[in-house]
Design a protein around this ligand. Structure first.
Ligand code: ADP
Ligand code: MG
Length: 244
């Protein structure tokens, strides 16, 4: 049996009286890439936000590493240290350099040694081709560079699991490739990842597993190979056609 990092069982989530996620069941194996697809408004971001405690849920449970998380769970802080998240908008601190943005978490939250954390940060910057930018301020960077820094900032906390929610959606087309390359590189390094993306070629390239969400339900869960070549449901087929 492959090792599971995350299991979600019978999760239901509403915003007020509005149900948004219905009986979500999923498993994420260690060192695998899960791509979460679905139309706008289907609940992808909400699901991701439930997985790192940014949203509570009404019923069901999440098992992550050795923790069982039920509705009303309060002790997210230590768990979040194992979960890196990158969103569409990169909220770097404008008045801090790139390196200081990256070091904030490792030094202030994890209380790590400054020398060790700086060495790791520089190594990560090198891996995303931004080693020369350690001492510049975010305003001096392009959107694609900022997004790569946001990824490095999340990686600097040495997470077990990375969540990516449409990280290229607000980038100019010529910036997209560089960010996707970083994510492909991470997948090759066996980072466990859950990725929401509208880049279908990339999704096909990176996905071990695809979850297709519609109106808050997972209507199809397939291997990456199967989903893109032989989707089981008509809805997934229509979705793929609409994205082509
Ligand atoms: P996706 O990421 O797939 O586009 P979302 O998770 O953002 O979908 O949204 C799912 C549904 O929940 C949508 O109908 C959206 O309008 C609603 N929704 C999202 N966030 C909130 C919120 N904070 N309060 C109320 N409704 C929300
Ligand atoms: Mg979304």
């Amino acid at each position: 049996m492959p090792d599971k990092l995350l299991t979600v069982s019978h999760l239901n989530k509403s915003y007020g009286k509005k149900p948004v996620l219905h009986d979500i069941n999923l498993e994420v194996e260690k060192a695998s890439v899960t791509v979460l697809l679905g139309p706008s408004g289907s609940g992808k971001s909400t699901l991701i936000r439930c997985l790192n405690g940014l949203e509570d849920f009404q019923s069901g449970q999440i098992d992550f590493m050795d923790q069982t998380i039920k509705p009303g769970f309060k002790k997210w802080q230590p768990i979040r240290q194992h979960i890196g998240m990158v969103f569409q908008s990169y909220d770097l601190f404008p008045n801090r350099t790139v390196l200081d943005n990256i070091l904030l978490g490792p030094l202030k939250v994890q209380k790590r040694d400054k020398h060790e954390a700086t060495e790791q940060a520089m190594q990560l910057l090198k891996e995303v081709q931004l080693a020369d930018y350690a001492n510049v301020y975010p305003r001096q960077l392009s959107g694609g560079q900022k997004q790569r820094i946001a990824i490095v900032r999340a990686l600097a906390l040495k997470p077990e699991f990375m969540l990516f929610d449409e990280v290229t959606a607000s980038l100019d087309p010529e910036m997209v490739r560089g960010v996707l390359e970083v994510m492909l590189q991470l997948a090759h390094q066996k980072m466990t990842m859950l990725v929401v993306t509208h880049e279908m070629n990339f999704a096909q390239q990176i996905a071990d597993q695809v979850l297709f969400l519609e109106a808050g339900k997972i209507v199809e869960a397939s291997s990456g190979q199967t989903f893109f070549t032989q989707p089981k449901t008509e809805r997934a087929q229509e979705f793929l056609n609409s994205m082509a």
